[in-house]
Design a protein around this ligand. Sequence first.
Ligand code: PMP
Length: 430
Amino acid sequence: MTTELSPDAPALDGLLEQARKEYEELAARGLSLDLTRGKPAPEQLDLSEELLGLPGGRHTSADGTDVRNYGGLQGLPELREIFAELLQVPAAQLLALGNSSLELMHDCLVHALLGVLPGATSRWVDQERVAFLCPVPGYDRHFALCERFGIDMIPVPMTADGPDMDEVERLAAENPAVKGIWCVPKYSNPDGVVYSDETVARLARMETAAPDFRIFWDNAYAAHHLTDEPAEIADLLGACAEAGNPDRAFVFGSTSKITAAGAGVAFFGSSPANVKWLLANNQKRSIGPDKINQLRHVLFLRDADGVRAHMERQRALLQPKFEAVARILDAELGGTGLATWTSPKGGYFVTLQVPDGCAKDVVRRAAEAGIVLTPAGATHPYGDDPRDAVIRVAPSYPSLAELEQAMHGLTVCVRLAGYEQREREQRERQ
Ligand code: PMP
């Protein structure tokens, strides 16, 4: 992807000298900035301030259930109605549960390891090897779950349309140990890819050697648009049912980046058999979810249009930050041949690709200058980016002014690491 400019030796000397000088100035500023995690900024959380005053003395859901009491394992029906449309899951097959979708993914893995999934012949833990396909770059917490449970990770390259489906189909068909795939289908973390209809159709209908293969469809950014053209993805659950693989998809989502991160509501959607399976497992684990929080979300968001209107307000805060990132990268690295980057139409991240062998160096130098970035390699299974080229940038949390400072600083580090590498290469060639 990176276009190679080959400045002659004197030109490179000049560029390197300039980059060193700028880096010294940067380091002398004693910055303390953080671009690591995709957390909402305080102003984004302020948009949901009203939640804290809800349900405002109200105790009952639409069907008269007292939300202060135990029970209601499926979650409030009116909240499931609101998110059914956004997550493309019929309300009857959608559960509204706790405060975190990552927890639900964790639990689904644990239950599949320790119990028998619909369609499975045995528990995963009784099998010699369990492996997951991991589109890369991907979300480090998915990979951390696999590591935690001894699930082998098989990287699959991402394309502009989603994972390389030739590879996915080949790996899923040939090996019964391959039990699943991680997918962030809309505005993927970290490269902002939106899965094409063809990718969704192929995932739904492909042959899998494992009868209990599951697609972990983490639709974390379902409503998180940054432009006037909201991305639509095909309905995976429907496509799986149509293709005769009704139990293949586990759909996850949450309001973490809609209302309050860590204090929202998480959702699980799937086939009737899988929903029954999760409910049976949940029944042992909990006497019911936090329905007070669910009711306050119903009262605050009202309906799917209410969610969309709220996300427009989020966009008004986020879009200028993503524009600033693009503007600074363009101004400082455009035409250098040292980097390429994504221009996501939604989600929370920008992926910066630097010359092979430079990502760790850039992250280290940035840290030494007081700018903390997600560790290089975090976007790959086992923290190992074989090309050492991908850096994930999370623009949401810092203020616009801090973000601009951090991005300027980051580009200085890219120039320094990139030109130093070019100088080494030139020396080696001589
Ligand atoms: N999935 C993805 C792809 C994410 O980026 C995040 C948040 N960074 C999560 C899940 C976590 O979601 P939750 O807060 O619902 O656990």
